[in-house]
Design a protein around this ligand. Structure first.
Ligand SMILES: Nc1ncnc2c1ncn2[C@@H]1O[C@H](COP(=O)(O)OP(=O)(O)OP(=O)(O)O)[C@@H](O)[C@H]1O
Ligand SMILES: [Mg+2]
Length: 252
């Protein structure tokens, strides 16, 4: 199985989807066999890839449907790359998974049978729920996007506790790849106090703040509105440049 990297934060709008879609397209462009999985019922990644959600198999069928089809049966091949589409039915997931003995291990089980990829990126919803637990139990690495502002720390301690517990009990290989500053604006820089607190959080997660910050860039919004990946819409913009540097950091 390839490396599974999840973008996670229960805080909304911090750049999870932008990061997952940018990295997946860059890794595909660099020749890695790459899959993106949309685990958010909002289906923003699915929209960006212009993948179908109606009348096709989705992540719901893989994790929750009685038939439990395999990932390879549910993949859509789009111009942007290969995707396992999201599904608005995921909003029922918590209730359905609760009380199933294997309820937290569905993603790990599905990925275990999927050997076709070097990198699998997973976009998740801004929520602390069973789907996120499933993803953390299945993942190798977590990228935690944080907005470069005074609210940067919101929600991080709860996420940290969850990651610690899962690492201890269910997935010892789980590591936090790093905290990623997004929507970074050099002029309105992070205050020293916030950066120091973020560095503390990173330390307690045994990780770092990535050297690369993703600069605020209007093309990210435009690409999302146009339902295109940033890398196809504006491959040379500052954010695309930053995501390429982040990809370099991830591959070392
Ligand atoms: N570097 C950036 N520069 C400018 N705008 C950005 C940047 N990154 C993300 N955005 C914009 O911020 C908004 C939130 O980004 P995104 O959808 O990636 O966050 P998210 O964490 O996935 O949100 P959610 O929690 O709702 O899933 C979007 O409108 C996106 O276009
Ligand atoms: Mg999102």
């Amino acid at each position: 199985m390839g490396k599974v990297i999840i973008c996670a934060s229960q805080k909304g709008g911090v750049g999870k989807t932008s990061t997952a879609t940018a990295l997946a397209s860059i890794f595909a462009q660099r020749g890695y066999r790459t899959l993106i999985i949309d685990c958010d019922q909002q289906c923003n990644t699915t929209d960006t890839y212009r993948a179908e959600t109606e009348g096709v198999a989705t992540i719901y069928d893989v994790l929750l449907d009685e038939s439990r089809i395999s990932i390879s049966e549910a993949i859509q091949h789009t111009e942007c790359g290969e995707i396992l589409a999201g599904d608005s039915l995921l909003r029922q997931a918590d209730e359905k998974l609760k009380g199933c003995v294997d309820g937290l291990y569905r993603m790990a089980d599905a990925l275990e049978k999927c050997n076709d990829y070097d990198y699998i990126f997973i976009d998740t919803a801004p929520a602390m729920n069973s789907i996120l637990h499933n993803c953390l139990i299945a993942a190798d690495e977590v990228i935690i996007p944080v907005t470069a502002d005074r609210y940067a720390l919101q929600g991080l301690s709860q996420l940290n506790e969850t990651i610690r517990a899962i690492k201890k009990r269910q997935n010892p290989k789980l590591t936090v790849a790093g905290l990623l500053l997004t929507k970074y604006n050099g002029r309105a820089n992070l205050s020293k106090a916030v950066r120091a607190s973020l560095e503390k959080v990173a330390e307690s997660m045994n990780t770092k703040i990535f050297d690369t910050s993703v600069r605020e860039c209007i093309k990210v919004k435009e690409a999302q509105a146009q339902k295109q990946t940033l890398i196809s819409y504006a491959p040379k913009c500052t954010a695309a440049e930053d995501y390429n540097r982040l990809a370099d950091e991830l591959t070392g």
